[in-house]
Design a protein around this ligand. Structure first.
Ligand code: UT7
Length: 332
């Protein structure tokens, strides 16, 4: 029997208008444009402002962009998986909200929490529903409103993160293209290095948790950096070996945008020159689950059918992984 693969057949994205530049941050905390740029590669990031504006606004707009570009009726969508660590509510899921607002009445959906690896975990999950032949159109959203959980008086985290998100459409194909392979990992022993201390069932919100600033991201930057450099490089090299891919075979590395230095180390381990590495960290910072679809959104025009893409990410949890994709269409 011919194998059904899941092909990415469209990309949408959306960013809020408000820009938070390094110059702005210099006025808020003890930092400099030079420090931020040299240590992370970030110049500015976007912030979603306004009352009651949750991450679903990012997901909804990214999906709207995708559906409009593809000219698809929302009723055709079977499933929506929303990767995020900043859901609008503990429940219902932000996927529910997006399906409702865009009239995707025949779809069911759920949120998936895997921090910066969220898009990879969601893409591999959605792929299974296509490969079984069960579904014809699955949307994978990756978006985060990091500004909701960042302490803008903590210079070690507030310079890194931003808000934004993207979405891709998965459809079946019998051609030798689409999602070819994935390697995914979790290691819960990393919990103390990067987490949101309170607000969950372990430590519900209270006056004490608010006073102790436990509803903001806690990150031990250097420890996370060391794990990220090793694991992102390792898993990317491993997926290449597993699929007999040389650095010449790889057209693009699509790396999570946490820190330019982590991306450089990953590319170097894979033997890839800078021209083969998608980058937009300078303009958006680290949008957590949003970085990978936003890279595709920015680079879509340069992509050609048959291009070999290696997605790679590392994030809180710890979570990490790589996905090998053969691109399905020529960018417009
Ligand atoms: O996407 C999810 C996964 N997250 C990551 O992958 C993040 C991984 N970590 C990193 O990217 C880096 O560790 C950071 C960008 C967070 C920090 O860079 P670093 O080179 O590891 O800096 P550091 O934490 O070792 O701090 C060096 C110095 C310290 O000062 P002292 O102790 O040497 O006097 C910090 O207090 O830089 C100081 N510092 C800053 N200075 C100016 C920390 N943040 C800032 C800042 N501006 N914003």
């Amino acid at each position: 029997m011919t194998k059904i693969r899941a092909a990415i057949t469209g990309v949408g994205g959306w960013l809020p208008e408000t820009v938070l530049s390094n110059a702005d941050l210099e006025k808020m905390v003890d930092t400099t444009d030079e420090w931020i740029l040299s240590r992370t590669g970030i110049k500015e990031r976007r912030i979603l402002k306004g009352v009651d504006q949750g991450v679903s606004v990012l997901g909804e707009n990214a999906c709207k962009d995708l559906l409009t570009k593809k000219g698809i009726d929302p009723l055709e969508i079977d499933l929506v998986i929303f990767a995020t660590v900043t859901p609008d509510h503990q429940f219902p899921s932000s996927a529910n909200l997006v399906c409702d607002r865009l009239g995707m009445k025949n779809a069911w959906g759920f949120d998936l929490s895997a921090a910066c690896s969220g898009f990879l975990f969601a893409l591999s999950t959605g792929t299974q529903f296509i490969e079984t032949g069960l579904y014809k159109k699955v949307i994978i959203i990756g978006a985060d409103k990091m500004s909701a959980i960042i302490d803008y008086s903590d210079r070690t985290t507030c310079v890194i993160f931003g808000d934004g998100g993207g979405a891709v459409l998965l459809e079946p194909t019998t051609e030798d293209i689409g999602v070819m392979d994935f390697l995914l990992h979790t290691d819960g022993s990393g919990v103390n290095y990067l987490n949101l201390p309170a607000g969950g069932s372990k430590r519900p919100p209270s006056h004490a948790t608010v006073d102790a600033k436990q509803h903001f991201v806690h990150q031990e930057g250097q420890a996370v950096y060391k794990h990220a450099v090793v694991n992102m490089a390792e898993v990317s090299a491993r997926i290449m070996e597993k699929n007999n891919l040389s650095s010449d075979d790889v057209t693009w590395l699509v790396p999570h945008q946490a820190n330019k230095r982590i991306v450089d180390a990953t590319a170097s381990r894979m033997g890839l020159p800078e021209e083969k590495v998608m980058m937009n960290i300078e303009r958006y910072g680290n949008t957590t689950a949003g970085t990978l679809p936003l890279l595709l959104w920015d680079y879509e025009k340069q992509l050609k059918k048959g291009d070999t893409l290696i997605f790679s990410a590392f994030g809180g949890g710890f979570t990490w992984g790589a996905i090998y994709v053969k691109w399905a269409y020529n960018g417009q």
